[in-house]
Design a binder for this molecule. Structure first.
Ligand code: AHN
Ligand code: ZN
Length: 327
């Protein structure tokens, strides 16, 4: 009895005294306050993820680098995501060849019905057909910007979501066989670009798979990139374009995400919009002055890690994290 009463008295005293103690214990101004850490996109980490891919060498279909990079990407997805799918398929390219390929999918909150797809392609182009030096035009490219930049941003997003998940479900999709289209000098009728996206849109990783919308990243690593509003995205999902561009504007990234129409680009999102039951937009660097509409290094041997600006990766990654948080 006495013991219980003693404990009670002590507890009561503590309740009365603690707030008083708090008032007298002033926190010095230079002492960091205990705060809840919100997920923050790490530009350096995203850059390291881009470099890790280019360090394998060109991730061209059928190459050892392609296979090694696939293994590495699967490992990273398994480290960060709740569920991972290795969707293998055979890609038949315009030259009559067949290649073992894989779309790689990492899901967060697989039980959630409201879902957003974030995508990029992880293969790189087998020939630098736009290189200014003719002797380089049969050489495979690193694709630091064309491929690896989007994957790098999404791996960093996956790393952040592993720490703190948004309310919405997220599926990160790395498409294979995007960039084995015919050379500029060739004209081969048919849909030879975005073979992985075509396969996934027709054969989703889960039967009856549905998302609210998708966002594709392609060439998101150039210094001072300009993301104009790609025109298939405007045609098919103008509301998503508005949402992403206004989020970027609110974050102070209006210089990158410009409120102007850009190119008309048959990218992976085009095939998702054609074959899947939901719409996807494309965040892609647009350069009206380059002649191709893309970055001057596009499909050249200069599309390497030297050309990647971690700040641009950060602008895109921060915008996407905010879009997810707002859902
Ligand atoms: C063309 O419009 C020829 N290609 C757009 C798809 C692409 C290639 N994205 C990156 N490389
Ligand atoms: Zn390309």
């Amino acid at each position: 009895m006495l013991k219980i009463r003693t404990i009670f008295v002590l507890l009561a005293a503590a309740v009365i005294l603690l707030p008083a103690c708090d008032r007298t214990k002033k926190t010095p101004k230079d002492t960091p306050q205990a705060t809840v850490t919100l997920p923050a996109f790490d530009n350096d980490s995203a850059y390291a993820f881009v470099k890790a891919q280019t360090d394998f060498g060109p991730r061209v279909l059928g190459s050892e680098a392609h296979e090694n990079c696939r293994t590495w990407l699967l490992g990273k997805l398994r480290e960060y995501c709740d569920t991972v799918y290795n969707q293998t398929f055979t890609a038949k390219t315009y030259d009559g060849k067949s290649w073992p390929c894989a779309n790689l999918i990492g899901s967060f909150g697989p039980e959630k019905t409201k879902r957003i797809v974030l995508a990029a392609h992880w293969d790189s182009r087998p020939f630098a057909d736009h290189d200014p030096i003719p002797a380089n035009r049969e050489t495979p490219i690193d694709g630091a910007n064309d491929g690896a930049s989007g994957v790098g941003v999404l791996l960093e997003i996956a790393r952040q979501l592993h720490e703190s998940q948004p309310n919405v479900g997220v599926d990160i999709v790395f498409f294979d066989a995007e960039d084995y289209g015919p050379r500029e000098s060739e004209s081969v009728p048919g849909d030879w670009w975005g073979l992985g996206a075509q396969y996934w849109a027709k054969n989703p990783h889960i039967q009856g798979y549905m998302a609210n919308y998708g966002i594709l990243l392609d060439m998101v690593g150039s210094p001072n990139a300009q993301f104009m509003q790609e025109q298939f995205s405007l045609r098919d999902a103008q509301d998503v374009v508005r949402k992403v561009w206004s989020t970027a504007y609110e974050l102070g990234h209006g210089q990158y995400f410009q409120n102007k129409p850009g190119g008309v680009i048959t990218d992976d999102h085009y095939y998702v919009n054609k074959y899947a039951p939901f719409k996807m937009i494309d965040i892609i660097h647009y350069d009206a002055a380059s002649g191709t509409g893309f970055d001057p290094v596009w499909h050249t041997m200069n599309d390497n890690i030297q050309h990647i600006d971690r700040n641009t990766l950060g602008v895109v990654g921060t915008t996407l994290l905010q879009v997810l948080k707002n859902e």
